[in-house]
Ligand binder design. Structure first.
Ligand SMILES: [Zn+2]
Length: 120
C-alpha cells in the first residue's frame, strides 16, 4: 500500500474511532437516563434498553476493529484478513476501512453468530 494511501486510511480510521467513542458515550448516557427513569416506572421498557445495549455492543465491536486495523497498520499487516490471511479487496477496505475480515469470512461469521430469533 502506498504511503499516502496509508496515511489517508489512518486518518479515516482515527476519525471513525472518535465518532464511535462519541456514540458509545451517547448511548451510555441514554442508558443511564433509562435506568433512572425506570426506577419510578412500574413497567420498565426492557425492549428499549435491550436495543440500546445491542447498539452499544455493536459500537464496542467496531471500536475493537478500528483499534485492530490501526495496530495492523503499524505492523504492516493492514488489509489482510484476520481469519484466512488473504488480502481483503481494496473496494471493501474503501467502504469499511476498519474491517478485519474478507467478505467470505465475514459472511461465515455472520451466519455462525446470527442472533437467535426473539421469542416474545
Ligand atoms: Zn478471510
Amino acid at each position: 500500500m502506498a504511503e499516502d494511501t496509508r496515511s489517508q486510511v489512518r486518518r479515516k480510521l482515527e476519525a471513525q474511532r472518535e465518532e464511535t467513542l462519541a456514540e458509545i458515550s451517547r448511548l451510555r448516557n441514554t442508558l443511564k437516563c433509562e435506568l433512572e427513569y425506570d426506577v419510578e416506572e412500574s413497567d420498565p421498557d426492557l425492549w428499549e434498553r435491550e436495543k440500546i445495549l445491542a447498539l452499544l455492543r455493536n459500537m464496542e465491536q467496531k471500536l475493537e476493529s478500528i483499534a485492530y486495523a490501526l495496530r495492523s497498520m503499524d505492523d504492516g499487516t493492514y488489509g489482510i484478513c484476520e481469519s484466512c490471511r488473504r488480502e481483503i479487496s481494496p473496494a471493501r477496505l474503501e467502504a469499511l476501512p476498519h474491517t478485519t475480515l474478507c467478505i467470505e469470512c465475514k459472511a461465515l461469521t455472520e451466519r455462525r453468530f446470527a442472533p437467535a430469533p426473539l421469542k416474545r
